[in-house]
Design a protein. Structure first.
Length: 145
């Protein structure tokens, strides 16, 4: 499971579909509707949030918005977008940089054109999914490097 902290705008089609699917699985875990993945490290930050379900639904809403911009039709009936909040969960600068470079490695293999567009020049400020806000720090302790 990879719940990207970086903005979904950077993801290729495979990444966008995967983060939607994995985000929906994370939502089920947070709702207590599945037995698997309950202790997945990527869920720690959502579980530690004061409103985990609002956070995961907001996360998914921003993934949906990116998909909509690209002309994809994700099923929004699977999320509760009645309350969408931003800046709910901190993410470290080290984590954001790690994820961006991790994505670039993936793109170099599976979508060279997107790799050129996204990774040719590393932005001064890597954008994140709006549910997150950036704080100084190393790669998150839950990340498997």
């Amino acid at each position: 499971m990879r719940l990207w902290s970086i903005s979904p705008e950077y993801l290729d089609v495979k990444g966008l579909l995967a983060v939607w699917r994995e985000g929906l699985l994370a939502k089920k875990v947070l709702e207590g509707k599945t037995k698997g993945y309950r202790n997945h490290p990527q869920l720690v930050r959502f579980k530690n949030c004061s409103e985990p379900l609002i956070a995961i639904n907001s996360f998914l809403y921003f993934v949906f918005e990116e998909a909509r911009k690209r002309g994809y039709s994700f099923d929004t009936s699977r999320i509760d977008a009645s309350i969408v909040l931003t800046r709910m969960i901190p993410v470290t600068t080290g984590q954001v940089e790690y994820e961006f470079h991790h994505l670039c490695r993936k793109l170099s293999l599976r979508d060279p054109e997107r790799y050129k567009n996204v990774c040719a020049e590393i932005p001064d400020e890597i954008r994140v999914n709006p549910v997150f806000y950036i704080v100084e720090g190393p790669i998150e302790p839950w990340e498997k490097v």
